[in-house]
Design a protein around this ligand. Structure first.
Ligand code: SF4
Ligand code: SF4
Length: 147
C-alpha cells in the first residue's frame, strides 16, 4: 500500500462517514459519554484496520492509552476525535437514546471492507484498542483532513 493509495482510501472512507452522519436516524443522545467506557457499559468497540489508520491520521496520535474501559480521545464527557472517529462510534447509541443504528452500520461496514480490499489494506476487524496499540509504535500515517 502506497501513501497515495492510502490517501485515496481515506477519501472514500470520509465519503462513507459523511453519508452515515447524514443518514443516522434521529436519536436522543444526552452526550453523557458513558458509552465510551466500554467495560462499564458492557460493550467493546470494534473497527477495521483502515478506520484505525484514519482515526490516527485525522485526530492525531492518541494522547494516552486505550484500555478496555476508556478511550484516550475522551476529555470529560466529550469526544476530541469527532472527525476521525470510527463507524462504531457514529452508529452506537444506548437503548435510552434510541438504540444502535444497526442496519446503517452493517451497510457502511460492507462499504468500508470493499474500500480496504480495493486498496490492499489489511482486512482486520478487531477491538479498536488492539489495532491502535499495533499501529502507533510502527505505522503512524501522515496527517490527513477530511475537509
Ligand atoms: S448514546 Fe447514551 S450513553 Fe452514549 S453518550 Fe448518548 S446518552 Fe450517553
Ligand atoms: S473516539 Fe470519541 S466517540 Fe469514539 S470511543 Fe473515543 S471518545 Fe468515544
Amino acid at each position: 500500500m502506497t501513501d497515495s493509495s492510502l490517501q485515496e482510501a481515506f477519501k472514500a472512507l470520509a465519503a462513507v462517514y459523511a453519508k452515515v452522519d447524514a443518514e443516522t436516524p434521529r436519536r436522543d443522545c444526552r452526550r453523557c459519554g458513558e458509552c465510551c467506557h466500554f467495560d462499564t457499559f458492557g460493550h467493546r468497540l470494534f473497527a477495521t484496520y483502515l478506520e484505525a489508520l484514519y482515526l490516527v491520521a485525522v485526530s492525531g496520535k492518541p494522547p494516552g492509552k486505550f484500555d478496555d474501559d476508556s478511550c484516550p480521545y475522551q476529555r470529560g464527557a466529550l469526544c476530541t476525535a469527532r472527525s476521525g472517529r470510527v463507524l462504531g462510534c457514529r452508529t452506537f447509541f444506548c437503548e435510552k437514546a434510541g438504540g444502535v443504528a444497526s442496519g446503517l452500520h452493517e451497510r457502511a461496514l460492507a462499504e468500508v471492507r470493499r474500500i480496504s480490499t480495493e486498496h490492499a489494506i489489511r482486512p482486520d476487524y478487531a477491538p479498536l484498542a488492539r489495532l491502535i496499540e499495533e499501529i502507533v509504535p510502527r505505522e503512524i500515517p501522515l496527517p490527513w483532513s477530511p475537509a
